[in-house]
Design a protein around this ligand. Structure first.
Ligand code: ADE
Length: 332
């Protein structure tokens, strides 16, 4: 498997530069997450009323579910600047210190994929989060001395797909811990209708519903599919996007009735035909697919597991009746 194709697969579902113009700016515009939005409104209003900084917030949930969007909304509603850093890009503590020493009082520092920061960087966060202090080393190793540096009060927003990988000391420093709930098909449809209004290229309710059903309850995917079908509609000079166009676009991307794409069907077919439905070990599957084990778990299996097409057992992966029915249905 070439690097290029694995990247293409990753970007299908994982991070890709989101379209900023589609991002809602306020909690009222943000679709779904009703109780979280209500709570955030209270915390934001209370902090503003007391003229204090907002407590540190940890958002967690699967990729593409709106964690970054929410962080930007919080900054907007608080009327403060937001600085974004991606966890894996923080290689040394100096990278984080450079950011923390250049913020203004009240600002938000947003660390995406916070579970991927190195331990040394994490340790800087402890005192920074707890009492807005960091230990700075001034001068070279021998002659240098450590000084206590006071930071302006700030809010850290962390986002993670894997909260269990956060150490307890880090997790405990977030005053607000919020798991983003999954979206209903109706909410995803609403989101598509909203994107259509933002882009001023309308879509019928029926077409939006069809698109929503194939979007795996995932806002990022729904927006991506909406943008693709809008390309088709523009190309064919259609003012209003109809369900037929949605179906044509989805089939051109090889998205099937269950919202699965080609490589997921390939995985299911291997399980069914080469291993009689399993169980088969992850190592064997990884070798056959020519992928790293982590990639198989994250990219191939996560949605199949979520919709109950496969199961992870002690003896390996098995295809479920539901998964088999899906594959068999495709043949007819
Ligand atoms: N973009 C990403 N998540 C969203 C949401 N929940 N509502 C509106 N736009 C979004």
């Amino acid at each position: 498997m070439s690097d290029k194709s694995i990247l293409a697969r990753k970007s299908f579902y994982f991070k890709e530069e989101d379209d900023l113009s589609l991002r809602p700016k306020s909690l009222d515009e943000y679709i779904g997450q009703k109780s979280l939005k209500q709570n955030l409104k209270i915390y934001i209003n209370a902090a503003k009323e007391r003229q204090e900084v907002l407590d540190h917030i940890l958002f967690f949930g699967p990729p593409g579910i709106g964690k970054t969007t929410l962080a930007y909304i919080v900054a907007n509603e608080m009327g403060v600047n937001i600085r974004t850093i991606s966890g894996p890009s923080l290689e040394r503590s100096g990278d984080l210190i450079a950011c923390l020493t250049s913020i203004e009082a009240g600002d938000i520092v947003f660390i995406d994929e916070i579970h991927r920061i190195p331990k040394t960087v994490e340790e800087v966060l402890y005192s920074a989060m707890e009492d807005y202090r960091i230990a700075l080393l001034i001068g070279r190793e021998q002659g240098g001395k450590v000084v206590d540096f006071l930071l302006p009060p700030f809010t850290l927003i962390g986002a993670t797909t894997k909260p269990s990988l956060l150490s307890a000391p880090l997790r405990n420093r977030f005053g607000i811990n919020a798991k983003l709930a999954s979206y209903s098909t109706k909410e995803i449809m609403e989101l598509i209708l909203r994107s259509a209004r933002v882009f001023k290229h309308p879509i019928t309710h029926e077409a939006a519903f069809e698109l929503a059903k194939k979007s795996r309850n995932n806002p990022r995917l729904a927006n991506r599919y909406y943008k693709r079908v809008r390309d088709f509609a523009t190309f064919y000079n259609e003012q209003i996007i109809q369900i037929e166009r949605v179906k044509i676009m989805l089939s051109s991307l090889d998205v099937d009735e269950a919202g699965l794409v080609e490589y997921e069907r390939h995985y299911l077919t291997i399980l069914k035909e080469r291993f009689n439905g399993g169980p088969v070990g992850i190592e064997t599957l990884s070798a056959l697919l020519d992928e790293e084990k982590e990639n198989v778990e994250e990219i191939y299996e996560s949605y199949l597991l979520q919709i109950g097409f496969i199961e992870r057992t002690k003896r390996g992966r098995t295809i479920t009746k539901k998964g088999l029915n899906h594959l068999n249905g495709l043949k007819n």
